[in-house]
Write a protein that binds this ligand. Structure first.
Ligand code: ATP
Ligand code: MG
Length: 575
């Protein structure tokens, strides 16, 4: 009669082609390229900079890049774009790898842009020899003045016409550490009058004496992003290099670089719009600020829109992939409401999360006519649509707990739960009637004395309708648990876009919701003590919860609320 559910692992990775966004413009381009022989095998890459943990926007990019490789039987590399040593670290590299794997993806090759430093240097020499790059002595401020504006052409640097020999010599000495930081740069010689400012002799190398997380102190010159990215894509034979729209105006530079060096493969860049999530921030720099200023407990705080935070909150890889599919891929603005994210998570959890009963805010109920012989207990399924998950006994005893919210002394109109003199059904059990309310000196309700209608176990009550059904736990079959209830992290839909009276942006941390987490002592079924960390359950009528990845132990169960059962965002917006 009583079968204990085996701990359900919902992290079994099974990808299928229909899990990814369909019919978008990048898929059309790829299909065309494959059909017309412009490409034999799709090779994409996901290129994070290891300067923070990945967030929900990166999840979109991961699902796109790995998804396309999956759909078209291609390959996807993981490449760390590590050309800004001051902000990068091995901790971020490890976290990024873990997040990509957790989302369900396997990369083909793992690369670091820093592994290409020697090759990038050789290509720079090639460009210098061809008269296409020069060493400049202008400082940052002068360079800005020479650059011109959107409406005005720039001016050539006085150092632009140095001879190849002089440039080769100076660039070698830059590498050898003869010049101070910032005193010289290597620039491409393109066109200071180009309409696209990115083509006005962009800097491709700068001098920075900073320890690099992989190359240590070997280099004092570091290549710039655009130059590095284009060549790294070419070296790895990336066929479709996908990035967000702000790089659209960098594409001519990307193309210029790969066309002007000797390399067999010519990759192409395509841009799509960045995901922005309302009531959240999606920028590693801003997430870093939340962490370093102590507004959250860490990068993986369950309120963070980071992949590790969402994991700890109880989100599933499948749910996140479903979300990425729903937000789609396009070039138009991609500002998405939290309800879309939560909807996808809920949809996945509904099917895979077994049920459990918890009482978050208990009041005691004494069943006055409880009878050891007459009163029976029933079993409850772990999932209403998955009998294979098993069932367990819900032992009814003389004393039980119900949720304080399920009782009202003075009920509003339409109330279907318990009231003085009213009736309600205990889930998986009898209909009970509230005969007496015991209050303490302060008027607080401390005990409800109720009677059982013994004719109602699995049967409708005679001659009347009882609509309400409430959950409960036997006082003898329950264990305490810490439950953390989470709400939105910000009180503003776009916390990083609010301007003050002076017209300046207000620091987004001003809009942190002080009630974004509440910790309560609750009561749960004893089975909670058998759960491993990251076990996902639905607490009936209350929401989806997960045992905390770090703090949960069998002795002290800790649950995080992943998401409520219904969309509470609209309700809050209507208030
Ligand atoms: P951040 O400002 O958060 O650091 P980023 O774009 O600088 O973001 P990268 O580490 O360079 O972060 O990003 C790796 C890949 O993820 C890039 O191809 C980038 O375009 C993509 N990406 C980053 N943020 C988003 C987003 N919000 N939506 C979609 N793709 C994104
Ligand atoms: Mg960045």
């Amino acid at each position: 009669m009583f079968r204990q559910v085996v701990s359900i692992s919902i992290n079994i990775i099974m990808l299928s082609k229909d899990q990814f966004a369909d019919n978008h413009f990048i898929r059309s381009i790829i299909e065309d390229d494959l059909q017309n022989g412009r490409c034999q095998q799709v090779i994409t890459r996901f290129p994070p900079e290891p300067n923070g943990y990945l967030h929900v926007g990166h999840a979109k990019s991961i699902c796109l890049n790995f998804g396309l490789a999956f759909i078209y039987d291609g390959l996807c590399n993981l490449r760390f774009d590590d050309t800004n040593p001051e902000k990068e670290s091995d901790e971020y590299v490890r976290a990024i790898k873990e997040d990509v794997q957790w989302l369900g993806f396997k990369w083909h090759e793992e690369h670091f842009a820093s592994d290409y430093f020697e090759q990038l240097y050789e290509y720079a020499l090639e460009l210098i020899r061809a008269g296409k790059a020069y060493v400049d002595d202008l400082d940052a401020e002068e360079m800005r003045q020479y650059r011109g504006t959107l409406t005005e052409a720039g001016k050539n640097s006085p150092y632009r016409d140095r001879s190849v020999e002089e440039n080769l010599d100076l660039f070698q000495r830059m590498r050898d550490g003869e010049f101070p930081d910032g005193s010289k740069t290597l620039r491409l010689k393109i066109d200071m009058a180009a309409g696209n400012i990115n083509l006005r002799d962009p800097v491709i190398y700068r001098i920075r004496r900073v320890h690099h997380h992989r190359t240590g102190d070997k280099w004092v010159i570091y290549p710039m992003y655009d130059y590095t990215h284009a060549i790294s894509d070419a070296i790895e034979q990336i066929t479709h290099s996908l990035c967000t729209l702000e790089f659209e105006s960098h594409r001519p530079l990307y193309d210029w670089v790969v066309e002007n060096i000797t390399i067999a493969h010519q990759p192409h860049q395509y841009e799509f719009s960045r995901l922005e999530l309302l009531y959240s921030v999606t920028s590693k720099r801003k997430l870093n600020q939340l962490v370093t200023q102590g507004h959250v407990s860490g990068w993986d705080d369950p309120r963070m829109p980071t992949i590790s935070g969402m994991r700890r909150r109880g989100y599933t890889p499948q749910g996140l992939r479903l979300f990425a599919k729903r937000v789609g891929i396009s070039k138009s603005e991609n500002v998405v409401d939290m309800s879309v994210l939560e909807g996808a998570i809920r949809e996945d959890l509904e099917n895979v999360a077994p049920r459990m009963i918890a009482v978050l805010n208990p009041i005691k109920v004494e069943l006055t006519n409880f009878d050891e012989v007459l009163t029976q207990s029933r079993t409850a399924p772990f999932h209403p649509h998955h009998p294979e998950m098993g069932e367990r006994l819900m032992p009814l005893t003389k004393n039980i707990y119900i949720e304080a919210d399920d009782f009202a002394l003075d009920p509003p109109k339409g109330w279907q739960r318990l009231t003085p003199g009213g009736e309600v059904r205990l889930r998986y059990s009898y209909v009970i009637k509230c005969d007496e309310v015991i209050r303490d000196a302060s008027g607080r309700v401390v005990l409800l004395k109720c009677s059982i209608d013994h004719e109602t176990l699995g049967a409708k009550p005679q001659g009347r309708k009882v609509k309400g059904v409430i959950h409960w736990l036997s006082t003898e079959h329950t264990v305490p648990a810490t439950v953390r209830l989470y709400d939105r992290l910000f009180t503003q839909p776009r916390p990083d876009a609010v301007r003050g009276e002076d017209g300046q942006y207000v620091d987004f941390v001003e809009f942190i919701n002080p009630e974004s987490v509440t910790e309560i002592d609750a009561l749960v079924e004893p089975a909670a003590q058998t759960l491993a960390p990251e076990a996902r359950y639905q607490f009936e009528r209350l929401g989806y919860f997960v045992t905390d990845r770090y703090d949960h132990t069998p002795e002290n169960p800790v649950f995080n609320r992943t998401v409520t059962l219904r969309d509470t965002w609209q309700a809050q917006a209507d208030k």
